[in-house]
Design a protein around this ligand. Structure first.
Ligand SMILES: [Zn+2]
Length: 263
């Protein structure tokens, strides 16, 4: 089970990279928190969005382009096509202020495919997003690798297609800067991820600055490494009381805290 290898990637030290006129540059602490929800569970994503909206926050949702289609169904032990939402729902959530980003064409193992085939699937995924999601632009997007499994070739190529990509790596990243293209993430599963997430947040807050990108999936019993809806609500309430914390989706973190990518 590839996902088992994903178990417990603990957060690492992050150096605060200069990021525009950030709080960090002004000598204040700045902790960005991106809870990055994968796969596109209809029930869980609707509930997650509602919880974020209670706090006036934007969720970070990563979905497949075509994993709900009969001709290219998602194949995974922890998610089935019938659980997935569609672009009608993604447009609705986006219109409500949430971020919707690509998570593969149909959740394929891109690292196991020939490079050319992998690129074609990524391009197809991005085309489906551009056609299906109102106002969505690849150049501002974060591509979230299925299983977080990238390859050096794909990593070198993707910045020509998207703003940045998310894959296995230290889940506490430096603050975004104009050259940021690779976003590290980690998570815990297949059981409940709450204890691990609490520790990751404690690790982040022990630093002067950093950007935690923690990979989650569904709520309650749904998906790999779930958290409870009640836990998420309490967590967001707690984080909102900490002055240095900003809860932001990943592409928005790049747009707000990194500025324009250097060419
Ligand atoms: Zn996934």
């Amino acid at each position: 089970m590839k996902r088992m290898e994903f178990l417990k990637l603990s957060g690492g030290l992050a150096m605060a990279a200069a990021a525009g006129k950030s709080s960090a540059q002004e000598g204040k602490k700045l902790h960005l928190v991106s809870l990055s929800f994968d796969d596109g569970f209809k029930k869980s994503f609707i509930r997650t969005a509602e919880i974020y909206e209670k706090f006036g926050l934007s969720g970070c949702f990563n979905v497949t382009a075509a994993g709900n289609r009969p001709e290219s169904p998602i194949v995974d032990d922890y998610v089935s096509p019938g659980q997935l939402g569609d672009f009608a729902l993604w447009n609705e959530l986006q219109a409500r202020g949430h971020e919707i980003m690509p998570h593969g064409h149909h959740h394929e193992h891109l690292d196991r495919l020939p490079d050319e085939e992998a690129r074609k699937l990524i391009d197809s995924c991005l085309e489906i997003f551009a056609a299906g999601l109102k106002g969505w632009e690849a150049k501002r997007a974060v591509f979230n690798f299925p299983y977080n499994d990238a390859t050096p070739l794909l990593e070198a190529w993707l910045p020509s297609r998207v703003r940045a990509y998310r894959c296995h790596g230290e889940m506490i990243n430096p603050l975004p800067h104009p050259g940021t293209t690779k976003i590290g993430t980690g998570g815990f599963g297949p059981g409940n991820a709450e204890e691990d997430l609490d520790q990751a947040i404690a690790d982040l807050l022990s630093l002067d600055s950093g950007w935690l990108v923690y990979n989650l999936h569904g709520l309650d019993e749904e998906g790999w490494g779930p958290i409870r809806a009640t836990y998420l609500e309490k967590l967001l309430a707690r984080l909102r009381t900490i002055d240095s914390v900003r809860i932001v989706p990943t592409a928005r973190a790049l747009a707000q805290y990194a500025g324009v990518k250097k060419s």
